[in-house]
Design a binder for this molecule. Structure first.
Ligand SMILES: [Zn+2]
Length: 467
């Protein structure tokens, strides 16, 4: 059995996004519990360190100006701030980001030096969306690109395989043009954010999947597009951007209906190639995965597979019945987030997606209506807060607010749609986001009642009065 080393850093918990943000510290705690409970846990070595990433490597991936800007922003903030609708920055973020990249670099060093057979890094915040000059999608520093730079300094040829449900846009941007040094493969849902990674180019391979394809499609695509090329290119090291948000129970992810077994299978395939090409040298780096249960089980399966102990028919029980959160939990959530001055939107969107209300409006559960009735004030407050941000030029948030209005109106079958749109259009700075080609057209609201939309319109109007 291979001795897999697990790299962790206490500093990663300093990026405290709160328990209701999808990318929260709960993720790492769930993973650690699952790993210590593995039948193969005795053959795991936990390496707990807090190295800061070497600046010379950081500078090969991100501009000095960008790093300086993030550091000075983090020093100044007294409360967490949103850099975009997803990405929260706070005082502890930078130490966590330096440590997250730092453990990945250390793991690559140790694997290349032969001290460690293979490794999995519990890095947080994640990294594969971070661009040269832009933090996005929960990511600040591109951990895997920085770790790969360590291998490039040692004149090694690197393959990066990104299995997160989202395209690793930051990694692709960095890898472009590095033919002969880096090959980048990304397997992702073609219909979701960030909507990049649609074509192959030189050393870049993008494998596009659609929801509902199932195990056969995944495995065929993986073999044909990734394994074959990997075997031909014979890298010295395989790095994995290990995101687990394509899992069928990851409701905040992009849903490609992967099972826990699929993660074991993909890892086993990569392990075979690594054994064939590069003496088994692999470093896997955590990216997404937002349902703590399915994340922990999938990581456990992934790590067992890195150890060479994965078998198709065995493994962890993957039955994980989803039960919607109780009204009490939702109320607690909204109150806590308001106390922190944070919007509730992300979480509510996540709940909506969990329940599939956009897929089948007829099965819309009664408790969601109850949520709407009891939380109009909270939703209104969120909208007001968002519009205030819009006034400060954060248009991305404004656009999200409008989408949110439309989706709530759609969900509760309220109307008139025109009333909400018209009110929104009158708000300075917001009108340009009222897109006439918005996919939700007024005819969707024929049978609707007026109450919900009136409440929303009222919230918009009060927000406008305050602008
Ligand atoms: Zn993702």
């Amino acid at each position: 059995m291979t001795k897999t080393h697990i790299y962790i850093s206490p500093a990663c918990s300093g990026h405290d996004t709160g328990r209701y943000h999808p990318e929260s510290g709960v993720r790492l705690r769930a993973i650690k519990n699952a790993l210590t409970g593995l039948p193969t846990s005795r053959q795991l070595a936990f390496v707990q360190i807090s190295p800061s990433v070497p600046r010379v490597l950081l500078a090969r991936v991100h501009s000095d100006a960008y790093v300086y800007e993030l550091e000075s922003m983090a020093q100044k903030v007294s409360q967490p701030i949103f850099l975009d609708p997803d990405t929260l920055l706070m005082k502890g973020t930078m130490l966590a980001a330096f440590a997250a990249a730092g453990i990945c670099v250390q793991a690559v060093k140790d694997v290349l030096a032969g001290k460690v057979e293979n490794a999995f890094c519990l890095s947080r915040p994640p990294g594969h969306h971070a661009r040269r000059n832009l933090a996005m999608g929960f990511c600040f520093f591109n951990n895997i690109a920085i770790a790969a730079e360590q291998a490039l300094l040692a004149q090694k040829k690197v393959a990066i395989v990104d299995i997160d449900v989202h395209h690793g846009n930051g990694t692709e941007e960095w890898a472009k043009g590095k033919e002969g040094q880096v090959d980048f493969y990304s397997l992702h849902n073609k219909t979701i954010w960030p909507a990049t990674g649609t074509k192959d180019e030189g050393n870049i391979t993008n494998v596009l999947l659609e929801a509902g394809g199932g195990e056969k499609t995944l495995r065929a695509a993986f073999k044909d597009n990734i394994l074959t090329k990997l075997k031909q290119s014979r890298p010295d090291l395989i790095l994995i951007s290990a995101g687990f948000d394509a899992h069928k129970e990851d409701y905040a992810g992009g849903n490609l209906s992967y099972t826990t077994m699929d993660y074991g299978w993909m890892t086993a395939q990569l392990r075979h190639v690594a054994e064939e090409c590069c003496a088994g040298r692999m470093v896997s780096i955590l990216e997404g995965g937002y349902n703590p249960d399915s994340l922990a089980q999938s990581v456990a399966m992934h790590v067992q597979s890195l150890q060479g102990e994965w078998q198709e028919d065995e493994g962890i029980n993957t039955k994980n019945e989803f039960s919607p959160p109780s009204m009490q939990e939702i109320r607690e959530h909204t109150i806590n987030r308001q106390k922190l001055g944070l919007p509730s939107g992300l979480y509510i969107e996540m709940l909506e997606r969990r329940l599939g209300v956009f897929e089948d409006i007829e099965t819309y559960p009664a408790w969601m209506k109850e949520l709407w009735k009891s939380n109009q004030k909270c939703l209104g407050n969120w909208l007001q807060e968002t519009l205030r941000r819009a006034d400060k030029g954060q248009y991305l948030l404004a656009r999200q607010a409008l989408h949110y209005v439309y989706s709530v109106v759609n969900t509760i079958k309220a109307s008139p749609f025109e009333e909400v749109t018209r009110t929104a259009k009158e708000i300075p700075g917001l009108s340009k986001f009222c897109d006439p080609d918005e996919p939700l057209a007024p005819e969707h609201y024929e049978k609707a009642n007026f109450r919900g939309a009136k409440a929303l319109a009222h919230a918009i109007q009060s927000a406008r009065a305050e602008l």
